[in-house]
Write a protein that binds this ligand. Structure first.
Ligand code: FAD
Length: 484
C-alpha cells in the first residue's frame, strides 16, 4: 500500500515531460502560472534519448564522410571508413549517456515542479501519480491538465513477432554494437534513416516495406533517397509483405516475406509507425472510449483543447505526439507554445472561445506549413502541401519541378543529384508547398517555410535573390520555369 498523500494544487498539470511537455510547462510559467510536470522515465522524452538526437548523431558522420569522398581534392585525403566506435561514443554524448540531469536543472531553474512517476486522470482536473519513489501523489489543476505523453510503436500483424526479441527504434538508436546483418521492417522516415545509418556503420542491411519507400513524399524525391540507400549497399525489398518471423538456433532471426523468400539477420528492427500513447491515462474515467482501431485517440482544436472535454470549463489539452497530428518534435513544440499561451490567456480571462488564425494561441501552421526533413544522404526536405494533397484539399494548384543543377550544387560535390518542386496556389499566386531532395538540402527548407507561412506573392518572391553560388539558386530556376 502506498502512503496516502495530501493533494497539491497547481495552475497546470502536465503529464509527460518530453520536449513538448517541457515547452507547455515553460510557456505557462513564463506567463506567471504555476506548473507541475509528471514524468515516468527521462525528462526530455523520446527525442533526446531514443529518437531525433541519437539517430541524427548516428547519421551525421556518414554524411560528412560521403561529402568528403565526393569532393575531389578532399576525397584523396580520405583513406579510411567510418570509425563505428567513435560514432557510437558521439551518439552517447548527444544523449547525455541517457541521464536527464541537465533537463531536471532546467525545470528547477524555470520554476517548474517535477514529479517522477506514472500519472493518470482520476476525474476532471484531478491527477494521481504512482511515484517512482513508491509514494502516491495527488495533483489538482486549477486551470488545465495537459496530456503530453508521446507515442508508442505500432505492432504489425506478423506471425511469431511476439515470440522473438526484435529491435524497436529505441534499441536501434541506443545500440552498443553494430550488428553484422540488420533487417529493417518499415519504409517510413525512421526505418529509412536507420537503415542508412547502420549500413554506413558496417551492417549488411535489408529494408522490407509493404509499400514504397517514404510514400508520403513526391516520388521523384523518394527515388533519390532510395538510390542513395542502394549505393550504400542497402537491399530494398519494396511492395513486399512480411508474413512471419522466427528465431534460429544460432540466435539469428529469419523473416519470411510475402513473395516466398526469406531474409536472415542478427537483428530485426521493427519500425512500422506509431500511435498516440493514451492508454493507462484514465481517459475512460472522464468519458473517452477507444475507437475502432482499439487505440484511444483524441480530437483537439487549434489551441490543443480536447474536443468533448467533460465539465463546465475547458481544462483538458493534448499536444505533440499524444495529439496525433504531426509526429515531429518541432511541430509538437510549436503546438506546446500555442497551447501554453492559450491556457494562460484563458486563465487570465483574455481568451474566450477560439483564437484567430495565426495568433500566438492558435496552431494554424498545422493546417498549412508543417516542415519535415528525412536526414538521409541525400536529404529530403518538404513543407506544406504536395501537389496531390493540395488538389485533394480543394486548391486550384499547379507545380513546377526541376533537377537541382546550379553552380552551387556542382561545386558542392561530384555528380550532385537533386530535385526540387514548388506547389503554387493559382488563385492567389502564392506557395502552398515545396520539396527538395539532394545532398545538404535540409537548410533550404526554412526559406520555403517562411514563403508558405508568409503567403509571399510569387512576383515578390522573385525579388528574393539567392546568393551565388549557393544551392538556393534553384529557387530562381524554379521561378523562371514557372514563368517569371
Ligand atoms: C527514431 C526516431 C527518430 C525521430 N527523429 C526525429 C527528428 O529528427 N526530428 C523530429 O522533429 N522528430 C523526430 N522524431 C519524432 C519525435 O521523436 C517525436 O515527435 C517527439 O519525441 C514527440 O515529443 P513528445 O514530447 O510529444 O513525446 P515524447 O518525447 O515521447 O515524450 C512523452 C513523455 O511522456 C512520458 N509519459 C508517457 N505517459 C506517461 C504517464 N502516464 N505518466 C508520466 N509520464 C508519461 C514518457 O515517459 C515521455 O518521456 C523521431 C522519432 C523516432 C522514433
Amino acid at each position: 500500500m502506498m502512503p496516502e498523500a495530501a493533494e497539491r494544487e497547481f495552475d497546470v498539470v502536465v503529464i509527460g515531460a518530453g520536449a513538448v511537455g517541457e515547452n507547455v510547462a515553460g510557456r505557462v510559467v513564463q506567463a506567471g502560472l504555476s506548473a507541475v510536470m509528471v514524468e515516468a522515465e527521462l525528462v526530455g522524452g523520446e527525442c533526446s534519448y531514443w529518437a531525433c538526437m541519437p539517430s541524427k548523431a548516428l547519421l551525421r558522420p556518414g554524411t560528412a564522410l560521403h561529402g568528403a569522398q565526393t569532393t575531389p581534392g578532399a576525397k584523396e585525403a580520405v583513406t579510411r571508413t567510418l570509425d563505428a566506435a567513435a560514432v557510437l561514443a558521439r551518439r552517447n554524448y548527444f544523449t547525455s549517456n541517457w541521464q536527464d540531469d541537465s533537463q531536471v536543472s532546467w525545470a528547477e531553474d524555470t520554476g517548474i515542479e517535477l514529479v517522477r512517476g506514472h500519472g493518470w486522470l482520476t476525474g476532471p482536473k484531478a491527477v494521481e501519480v504512482a511515484g517512482l519513489d513508491g509514494a502516491q501523489h495527488l495533483l489538482r489543476a486549477r486551470h488545465a491538465v495537459v496530456l503530453a505523453t508521446g507515442s508508442t510503436s505500432n505492432n504489425p500483424p506478423i506471425e511469431g513477432l511476439e515470440d522473438v526479441q526484435v529491435w524497436g527504434t529505441r534499441e536501434a538508436t541506443s545500440a552498443a554494437e553494430i550488428p553484422e546483418r540488420l533487417t529493417v521492417l518499415g519504409g517510413g522516415v525512421a526505418g529509412t534513416e536507420l537503415a542508412q545509418a547502420f549500413a554506413r556503420l558496417g551492417s549488411s542491411v535489408t529494408l522490407v516495406a509493404r509499400s514504397g519507400l517514404l510514400g508520403t513524399f513526391p516520388e521523384e524525391a523518394a527515388a533519390l533517397v532510395a538510390a542513395g540507400l542502394r549505393a550504400d549497399g542497402v537491399t530494398l525489398r519494396l511492395h513486399t509483405a512480411t508474413e512471419r518471423i522466427s528465431a534460429n538456433e544460432d540466435g539469428t532471426l529469419t523473416v519470411s516475406l510475402g513473395d516466398g523468400t526469406t531474409v536472415t539477420a542478427e537483428k530485426v528492427l521493427v519500425s512500422t509507425g506509431r500511435h498516440p500513447a493514451l492508454e493507462g491515462l484514465g481517459l475512460e474515467s472522464v468519458g473517452f472510449e477507444p475507437g475502432e482501431s482499439g487505440h484511444l485517440s483524441l480530437s483537439t482544436d487549434t489551441t490543443g483543447l480536447v474536443e468533448g472535454t467533460p465539465g463546465d470549463d475547458d481544462w483538458l489539452y493534448a499536444v505533440g505526439d499524444a495529439a496525433g497530428k504531426n509526429l515531429f518534435t518541432h511541430q509538437g513544440k510549436y503546438e506546446a507554445r500555442a497551447t501554453g499561451d492559450a491556457i494562460a490567456a484563458r486563465a487570465k480571462g483574455g481568451l474566450k472561445g477560439a483564437p484567430g488564425d495565426w495568433t500566438s494561441c492558435a496552431q494554424t501552421a498545422n493546417q498549412h506549413a508543417v516542415p519535415s526533413v528525412v536526414f538521409t544522404d541525400p536529404e529530403l526536405a518538404s513543407v506544406g502541401r504536395t501537389l496531390e494533397t493540395a488538389r485533394k484539399d480543394g486548391y486550384n494548384a499547379s507545380s513546377v519541378e526541376l533537377p537541382i543543377q546550379v553552380a552551387g550544387s556542382s561545386l558542392h560535390s561530384e555528380n550532385y543529384e537533386g530535385w526540387a518542386q514548388l506547389v503554387v496556389d493559382e488563385d492567389r499566386k502564392v506557395l502552398l508547398g515545396a520539396t527538395f531532395a539532394g545532398p545538404d538540402v535540409a537548410e533550404l527548407l526554412h526559406a520555403a517555410t517562411i514563403a508558405v507561412v508568409g503567403e509571399v506573392p510569387l512576383d515578390r518572391l522573385w525579388h528574393a535573390v539567392p546568393s551565388y553560388p549557393t544551392i538556393s539558386e534553384v529557387w530562381l530556376r524554379l521561378l523562371e520555369k514557372y514563368g517569371l
